[in-house]
Design a protein around this ligand. Structure first.
Ligand SMILES: Cc1cc2nc3c(=O)[nH]c(=O)nc-3n(C[C@H](O)[C@H](O)[C@H](O)COP(=O)(O)OP(=O)(O)OC[C@H]3O[C@@H](n4cnc5c(N)ncnc54)[C@H](O)[C@@H]3O)c2cc1C
Length: 474
């Protein structure tokens, strides 16, 4: 191989001769992929089409030794490295422009130990891989709402989903990891082994090394739940928000509901006459008994005249893929988020005001109920913190890459965000931060836990090898 220009650790460009690249390729079990290779496009494809980064080379490790060897190559040549799990990070943190990307996608084993209620998850797994495998045993861990999302990025940033009210952040169910740290050592980390590193990994993102295995605790869930989506015309928004709040206040932790306002997608489950018109929807997932679910969901199902009511008894796995089609890979996306402690009339007024005259077909604001188990841990039980969060408010825009609508959509999101910020806990979700968000947003998301993260970063990654992330500087 001829010499390759690769981005250095500090953003400089350096020429790496063919010899070390050939030596790397010879040592690896998995492939070293160059831009001319057929699989390069697939290996570098990520969810947010707005990100235009293109690595110089990609390594698809087959095992932990490949990860260690790649890290050694990167360190020896002082190169920039990114780690791609499911490629769903909105800021495009899976890729580094001109650098070396580790595409973990083929390290995707899932091993369920039903008796011990544990699952071992490879760093290339997406949420669907894990939900399908664990549900074969009627078990689940807390994962998010869209099945193509990577377990790695979601978990390292904290993680929440329909089971958060019962079991907390995803990292509250994290028992152990295997990780390759900047010095090339393969370590295990848990509450009893390398406990400071483990604390940092429970929310601190990809700052501390390359995780090669996650061990997550499992719980009995489903396999059948009462779940789905129900939609009304937006004229019902005040009534729907009022019922959403009263259900949220009294619901057992088995019920999670989520409210969404947007213009109706052209989905077959909605009447054609409603397509493109303003709607308000509730997504719900009840993992308790059928009788309990019917009683708890009755106020939602009895409300007004829905355009469609798809809340039924179904497989948990099916509910976990319900939103997949609404988040296609390659569209342009821009989000902002805040954690919210309570639902006030003023918050609802600010929420509704964002939809006056909204024409963008797929822009939406989502309020996820997440309170319950996560609030029972002390703020410093893991880096994720944000233990007073009761709802996550996410303002999301999606538009076609060639529509010329980048500025208008970003502006809508930013304006809506400013309207919602006064109702925030002051915290936000590091996993929803966009490329243009300042470092202060990362500091704000960790608040009092940030100083400890800095200390642990300085110990395990003093040269900031792992910097393509929401970076904690050593
Ligand atoms: C459509 C959609 C729906 C979502 N829904 C939810 C949700 O319901 N709940 C929720 O909590 N979040 C949700 N998220 C946010 C999601 O958690 C983040 O986008 C997360 O970064 C995705 O992880 P990934 O592995 O796909 O990311 P990638 O883009 O592959 O990686 C992101 C970063 O994670 C780190 N990383 C990845 N793999 C490793 C590894 N093996 N070792 C060390 N660091 C690593 C690196 O810093 C990397 O840059 C959603 C995102 C999208 C796009």
């Amino acid at each position: 191989m001829a010499a390759v220009q690769i981005t250095g650790l500090t953003g400089d460009t350096r020429e790496v001769p063919g010899e070390p690249l050939d030596a790397l390729a010879a040592d690896l079990v998995g492939p070293l992929i160059y831009p001319d290779d057929e699989v390069f496009a697939e290996a570098t494809a990520i969810w947010n089409g707005m990100i235009k980064k293109r690595p110089a080379v990609v390594v698809r490790p087959a095992n932990v030794s490949d990860v260690v060897r790649t890290l050694e190559f990167v360190r020896d040549n002082q190169l920039q490295l990114s780690i791609k799990g499911g490629g769903h990070n909105i800021a495009g943190l899976a890729l580094c422009d001109g650098g070396v990307t580790l595409d973990m996608s083929t390290m995707n084993d899932v091993k369920v130990d039903a008796e011990a209620r544990r699952v071992r998850v490879g760093p290339g797994c997406n949420l669907g891989d894990v939900d399908r495998a664990t549900q074969e045993h009627g078990l689940a861990t807390t994962l998010g709402f869209v099945s193509a999302t990577g377990v790695a990025g979601l978990t390292l940033g904290g993680g929440f989903g329909y089971l958060t009210r019962r079991f907390g952040w995803t990292v509250d169910d994290l028992e152990e990891v295997e990780i390759v740290t900047a010095d090339g050592t393969v370590r295990r980390a848990s509450r009893t082994e390398n406990d400071d590193l483990f604390w940092a990994l429970r929310g601190g993102g990809g700052n501390f090394g390359i995780v090669t295995e996650f061990v997550l605790r499992l719980h009995e869930v489903g396999p059948q739940v009462t779940a789905g989506v129900i939609a009304w015309p937006a004229s019902e928004a005040d009534a729907v928000l009022a019922v959403f709040r009263s259900v949220a206040e009294s619901a057992p932790r088995e019920l999670t509901s989520v409210v969404v306002r947007r213009n109706a997608p052209p989905a077959p489950w909605l009447p054609e006459s409603a397509h493109g018109t303003p709607v308000v929807m509730v997504l719900a997932c009840h993992s308790g008994s059928l009788e309990q679910a019917q009683a708890d969901l009755a106020p939602i199902k009895a409300l007004g005249e829905p355009l469609a009511d798809l809340i039924v008894v179904k497989d948990y796995v099916a509910q976990q893929t319900l939103l997949d089609a609404t988040q296609p890979k390659g569209m342009h996306y821009y989000w902002k988020s805040e954690f919210v402690p309570a639902l006030s009339d003023e918050l609802f007024a600010a929420y509704n005001a964002q939809f006056v005259g909204l024409t963008a077909p797929a822009n939406q604001m989502v309020l996820f109920q997440i309170d319950g188990a996560l609030n029972e841990h002390p703020e410093d039980d893991g880096a994720m913190g944000n233990r007073e969060a009761a709802f996550a408010c996410v303002i999301q825009a999606m538009w076609k890459p060639d529509s010329g609508a980048d500025d208008a959509n970003r502006e809508w999101v930013r304006n809506a965000w400013q309207a919602i910020r006064p109702f925030s806990t002051g915290g936000n979700y590091v996993n929803f931060q966009t490329e243009d968000e300042a470092d202060e947003r990362t500091v704000a998301s960790y608040r009092d836990n940030y100083a400890r993260l800095e200390r642990i970063k300085a110990r395990y990654d003093p040269s900031n090898v792992f910097r393509v992330n929401r970076n904690i500087r050593p």
